[in-house]
Design a protein around this ligand. Structure first.
Ligand code: HEC
Length: 217
């Protein structure tokens, strides 16, 4: 009898506990995978869903070094941006806080399937670099560069790397190479967000073209 009473009161207690305490299922607010996430030691978590982002452009065999030897193979680079930043750019002509731009470098091939000429992209990813705007984290400058060998979190490139100086001196909008993103450059021009350095470079280029044309017979 005592045993039954004990079991009864125990099950009543369990029931009562169950009635009061089951928490409604509330998933912990998972951060959007489209915003930069860091490990506790400050490494950037690789945004594995970047291929669902907005595609900006591809370059083939782009090279910024005049002394560069021509490679024996071709490479493509594809640029993607998180959709929130893209939408904001359409309205403002510049990048908001928490922008992430991904540069994916892929090996090219020229003979495959029915292709006889020209290049196409292969599954061979040669490199992955990310340019992140995080105003409170990266001071001064607001932006940082990261390079990934695989999808493990990566540390940022040191500030004295040429990534920073080249992008700062030649990037058309807020240290990014928007002059090579054909659907965005005109928006930046309309919104008046092109950098002074870029406008100067552009004017010098136009002048050189004009004088070149004038020299022609
Ligand atoms: C000499 C100039 C130069 C240097 C140095 C340079 N870049 Fe860039 N970067 C470019 C150009 C030009 C583009 C545009 C590529 C395209 O249109 O496909 C670019 C684009 C990028 C992008 C795409 C987003 C953006 O900002 O436009 C990333 C990410 C990037 N570079 C990372 C790096 C990293 C990391 C380094 C250093 C390890 C680096 N870059 C060094 C010239 C440079």
């Amino acid at each position: 009898m005592l045993r039954i009473a004990l079991i009864l009161s125990l099950s009543l207690a369990v029931l009562a506990w169950g009635a009061v305490s089951p928490q409604p299922y509330r998933p912990s607010p998972t951060p959007s995978p489209n915003t930069p996430q860091y490990t506790s030691d400050g490494r950037l978590v690789f945004p594995t869903n970047y291929r669902e982002w907005v595609y900006l452009s591809s370059g083939v065999d782009m090279n910024y070094n005049p002394a560069f030897q021509k490679m024996d193979h071709s490479m493509f680079d594809n640029v993607f941006v998180n959709p929130e930043a893209y939408k904001s750019f359409l309205q403002t002509g510049t990048w908001p806080d928490k922008t992430m731009l991904v540069l994916e470098v892929r090996m090219a091939a020229d003979h495959g399937s029915i292709n006889k000429q020209g290049h196409f992209q292969t599954g061979d990813v040669m490199g992955m670099e990310i340019h992140v705007k995080d105003e409170s984290r990266f001071t001064p400058g607001k932006w940082a560069f990261f390079g990934f060998a695989d999808d493990k979190p990566a540390t940022s490139f040191a500030k004295d790397m040429p990534c920073y100086s080249c992008h700062e001196q030649h990037g058309a909008v807020d240290t990014t190479f928007t002059q090579f993103y054909p659907t965005l450059i005109e928006i930046a021009r309309k919104k008046g967000t092109l950098s002074a350095a870029y406008l100067k470079e552009e004017a010098a280029g136009t002048k050189a073209q004009e004088t070149g044309a004038a020299k022609k017979p």
